[in-house]
Write a protein that binds this ligand. Sequence first.
Ligand SMILES: Cc1cc2nc3c(=O)[nH]c(=O)nc-3n(C[C@H](O)[C@H](O)[C@H](O)COP(=O)(O)O)c2cc1C
Length: 219
Amino acid sequence: MDQPLLSADAVIAALHWRYATKKFDPAKKLSAEEWTKFEQVLELSPSSYGMQPYRFLVIHDPALREQLKPAAYGQSQITDASHLVVFASRLDVTDADVDHYMQRISQVRGIDVAHLEESFGKRIKGDVVHGPRHAEIKEWCARQAYIALGNLMTFAAMVSVDICPMEGFDNKKYDEILGLAAEGYRSVVLAAVGHRAADDGAASLPKVRLPEEELIVNR
Ligand SMILES: Cc1cc2nc3c(=O)[nH]c(=O)nc-3n(C[C@H](O)[C@H](O)[C@H](O)COP(=O)(O)O)c2cc1C
């Protein structure tokens, strides 16, 4: 794929078009076929060592969405967006998780698992499970999940779909409602995905960003 599929200007125009959607049109749903592409973007997201210490809960059940809404300070995106994704990251990463990952690489790439464990698995365990990284393992896992959120937002903009990224929710309540802790996960961020309501005033607000010289530092 040497030739870019899209021009740089087209991608930047899409990034200008996107905004954190405050009001979704509840009548405009993504088709199952469209949604499959969003799932693929989540699956393709890169992570440190490729460990993918997270999962993505897609909340389809309208009653469950109603239950989750007050725990997000009543934000309408929770119920009105076409799709709601809860990004849940791992509470811990263990030797068994690394072994599982080595088995997966072995299966996909046809590499001897003992060789993988010796060469790659030991290195991950020495860092993430038994090394200094383990002291901040929950945060490390959450950071990986945010990369997926970033990818999803950019992809959505490129296909003219709206997203509101959301941290404005009570993580503990979401964990309780969704039973996440028992599965070894915690909620870190949400993405409400769908189409903007025609009267969402936020769509036409000028974008506020820090001046370029404060952000981009050339040394
Ligand atoms: C991690 C994250 C969490 C956010 N949480 C919320 C939220 O709970 N509710 C909301 O309306 N907007 C939320 N936003 C939207 C930001 O306020 C918005 O992205 C920012 O002001 C930049 O504006 P723009 O995305 O419209 O360009 C969040 C954005 C990010 C990246």
